[in-house]
Ligand binder design. Structure first.
Ligand SMILES: *Cc1c(COP(=O)(O)O)cnc(C)c1O
Length: 338
């Protein structure tokens, strides 16, 4: 058996079917908008979320950063939850790329509530930044894969509309969220001005995210992608993997969630474990009784299992396409040794 890699759902490698789709892709030069496979992926993503257009980008960081750039001007302010990827893990790009301020709110399980938005708005004074954009994450990465339901997203969307705020969804794992919450991608799309979706997480593509929005938004987004160095040429080889992922790897996310729940249950019974965060989707976060995360990771490595620590006593497992039933059984056996 290969190494068991529970570090992230980004560690997957293309399946044989996906590689065949990539190998056989019809390509052109996407800087001239002349790559038929990129165009097909963008069209597919736009239709899926009920929007005009989409833009294929190298990463989810780029799609989020472009969205912030298009939705704001310098001296504006972005409102988000404190655990957000855009704040935690994008190198402070909101300040660097868009010259905006950020206001962090503390949600529950990484989720904002609609009644938190109004008190966060800035009155119109020249010494205050201008409230312009709300960003939410679904599912919430750092909060252990928790998810918003459609009514929760709708309520936030309504507050944004009432207060002339743009509303962006960091939907890196939106399909994981929808697997549990139910509801359609079109319904999700109706609540946001823009949506970012990662193809290279649970969906198993090697590279790429799509940014989705209305025609004017995507037109501007294309300019910012170019200036960020994200204009790619025969990108259809990568887009083919994205199309394949959307066609074949959405339904199976429920398997990742089932395996995550099984891991969570097994962890709850271990003497070394203090607490397992509720397992909502494919992310398991658990806390040890002592600061022994590094020891546990080393022990797991000795059994060919890789994971990451989120703190001295906190460990994260993420299930994905390349984490098989056999690997689950191996991991459960190994955990029972502790
Ligand atoms: C992974 C992730 C992203 C994008 O990450 P890239 O590695 O740049 O593709 C954005 N938001 C969330 C919540 C993520 O988990």
């Amino acid at each position: 058996m290969d190494w068991v890699n529970l570090m992230s759902d980004t560690v997957t490698k293309p399946t044989a079917g996906m590689l065949a789709a990539m190998f056989n892709a019809e390509v052109g030069d996407d800087v001239f908008e002349d790559d038929p496979t990129v165009n097909r992926l963008q069209q597919k993503a736009a239709v899926l979320f009920g929007k005009d257009a989409a833009l294929f980008c190298p990463s989810g960081t780029m799609t989020n950063q472009i969205a912030i750039k298009v939705h704001t001007r310098a001296l504006d302010e972005v409102i988000c939850e404190q655990t957000s990827h855009i704040y935690q893990y994008e190198t402070g790009g909101y300040a660097h790329n868009s010259r905006v301020a950020i206001q962090l709110l503390q949600g529950q399980n990484g989720k904002l509530r609609p009644e938190q938005i109004k008190p966060a708005l800035r009155p119109d004074h020249d010494w205050l930044p201008h409230s312009a954009l709300v960003v939410i994450e679904n599912s919430c990465n750092k909060a252990g894969g928790s998810f918003y339901t459609l009514p929760e997203m709708q309520a936030l969307s309504q507050v944004c509309r009432e207060n002339e705020l743009k509303f962006h969804l960091d939907g890196a794992r939106i399909f994981n969220a929808l697997t549990e919450s139910g509801g359609t991608t079109q319904e999700v799309g109706s609540h946001f001005d823009s949506i970012s979706v990662c193809l290279s997480k649970g969906l198993g593509a090697p590279v790429g995210s799509v940014l989705i929005g209305d025609r004017d938004f995507i037109k501007q987004a294309r300019r910012f992608r170019k200036v960020m160095g994200g204009g790619m040429r025969q990108a259809g080889y990568l887009a083919a993997a994205g199309i394949y992922a959307l066609d074949h790897h959405v339904e199976r996310l429920r398997e990742d969630h089932r395996r995550a729940k099984q891991l969570g249950q097994a962890l709850e019974n271990l003497a070394i474990v203090d607490r397992v965060e509720p397992v909502h989707t494919n992310i398991i976060v658990f806390h040890l009784k002592d600061d022994l995360a590094d020891d546990l990771l080393q022990n797991l490595l000795n059994h060919r299992i890789k994971a990451v620590a989120l703190g001295p006593a906190t460990v994260r497992f993420v299930t994905h396409l390349d984490f098989t039933e056999e690997m689950l059984e191996h991991t459960l056996r190994v955990l029972n040794l502790f």
